[in-house]
Design a protein around this ligand. Structure first.
Ligand SMILES: *Cc1c(COP(=O)(O)O)cnc(C)c1O
Length: 423
């Protein structure tokens, strides 16, 4: 790129050359909207409403209970799981779509701890997402209080904690891409360090699946979970996914699901008195799957599978680099925004986060200008980059809106200072 300042036409040229550009027509998004929150709630695929109507009217309405067989409802969690596996570097029989990320975390962390009897330390990051820490803490309480959640920060902190706790570590529980900074951890390297101590590695892929290259088996990961409603565009509260490596689905390392439900039984319709876990990852299914939500998720996953991940990653990084450049070129010199995402693209997921003392107000003022990002307490402005529908011209518009907001004193308006229930 030349030393000339970047102009709007440059962004339009990049959009014209973008090999993923055609994907944006697959989503319902107003033309004037700059939606940079697809990492929190992905956009609605245009095909989803018709698919939901079909499932409701033709499958539920007309075929009623026969749909469990006739329309394959009973195998939908495994079918969607097998598709997700292709985005995750997993085998089709290692992934199931089910429940929420939080519930799945409980299932896999408890399974990991049971696989490492006598070991009582679980290592995680202090700045991990709340739910991950709450689940481990609640599990430790349930197990009688002899387990300890040891919290550190950064790859160096994790390495030191693992080395220090050695044979007492049961599991390492980490989020691959940090929700608050966009920092991406080295999954293979940290998994190796956990394994060197005989511990299991559990990964939360909430901000990774569909957004960055993930290769769970190449990294040697033991268990993983992730969200369906973020980069996978499955809709609000979409089912999450759960990954268990094949070696943990076979004797002698056979993992158990603590939530033993009938649909995780080897033969659910035999209605046996004694529980026997299903042979594969299906043992991590608990109860009746939410068919409407799974049908919506499948539409989102199908679109994600059409896009080559190398192109998605390259565009995500190009969008991010452009936004950083435009903020530097177009915002007032004293803008006060500090990039908290790693400057090194190799360590960055698909979002840019900036700290600013007025971050909450900035987010509200941007939304009023049709640029939707989000705020994360206490002072983070978070802009998600979703290469399937984020355009280069959106980076231009976002930088222009930011520049205007930071130049004017609209941040002082009372409506930008009162926090809503969901931020
Ligand atoms: C979004 C997110 C979750 C969400 O969990 P739910 O059970 O779907 O509410 C979990 N972990 C991380 C790291 C997240 O970013």
């Amino acid at each position: 790129m030349s030393a000339e300042p970047f102009v709007l036409q440059d962004a339009l040229d990049l959009d014209a050359r973008d090999e993923l550009a055609h994907f944006s027509a697959r989503f319902e998004l107003a033309d004037d909207l700059v939606y940079l929150d697809g990492n929190s709630l992905g956009a609605l695929p245009r095909a989803t409403p018709a698919r939901i109507v079909e499932v409701v009217r033709a499958e539920w309405g007309d075929d009623l209970i026969s749909s469990w067989n006739k329309h394959g409802w009973i195998s939908l969690p495994m079918r969607v799981g097998a598709k997700l596996a292709r985005l995750l570097g997993a085998y089709p029989d290692e992934v199931i779509a089910a429940d929420s990320t939080t519930v799945n975390l409980f299932k896999i962390v408890s399974a990991a701890v049971v696989l490492r009897p006598g070991r009582t330390i679980i290592v995680s990051e202090q700045r991990n997402f709340g739910t991950d820490l709450y689940v481990v803490e609640g599990l430790a309480r349930l197990l009688g209080g002899k387990h300890e959640l040891r919290l550190v920060n950064g790859a160096a902190g994790v390495a030191a904690a693992l080395a220090e706790a050695g044979p007492r570590v049961a599991a390492l529980v980490l989020t691959h891409v940090c929700y608050r900074t966009g920092r991406m951890l080295d999954m293979a390297g940290l998994t190796r360090l956990a394994h060197q101590q005989g511990a299991l590695a559990v990964w939360d892929l909430a901000h990774s699946a569909g957004a960055v290259p993930v290769d769970l088996n190449a990294a040697g990961a033991d268990f993983a979970v992730g969200c369906g409603y973020k980069f996978l565009n499955g809709g609000p509260g979409a089912p999450a996914f759960l990954f268990a490596a094949r070696r943990h689905l076979e004797a002698p390392e056979s993992a158990r699901c603590a939530l033993q439900g009938w649909l995780g039984h080897a033969r659910p319709f035999a209605f046996e008195t004694a529980y026997e876990a299903a042979p594969g990852v299906r043992r991590f299914q608990v109860g009746t799957p939410p068919i409407l939500s799974l049908a919506a998720l499948e539409v989102g996953v199908d679109i994600a599978l059409e896009a080559p991940m190398e192109a998605v990653r390259a565009k995500s990084l190009a969008l991010g680099e452009l936004l950083i450049r435009l903020i530097g070129e177009r915002c007032p010199a004293d803008h006060g925004l500090q990039l908290v995402s790693p400057r090194d693209t190799a360590q960055r997921g698909s979002q840019l986060c900036f700290s600013h003392p007025e971050a909450y107000g900035i987010v509200q003022a941007l939304i009023a200008r049709r640029v939707v990002g989000d705020f994360r307490a206490p002072n983070i402005l978070r802009l998600g980059l979703t290469p399937l529908y984020t355009r280069f011209r959106h980076m231009w518009a976002a930088a222009e809106a930011l520049a205007a907001v930071l130049r004017d004193d609209e941040l002082q308006r009372p409506e930008y200072r009162t926090r809503a229930a969901v931020t």
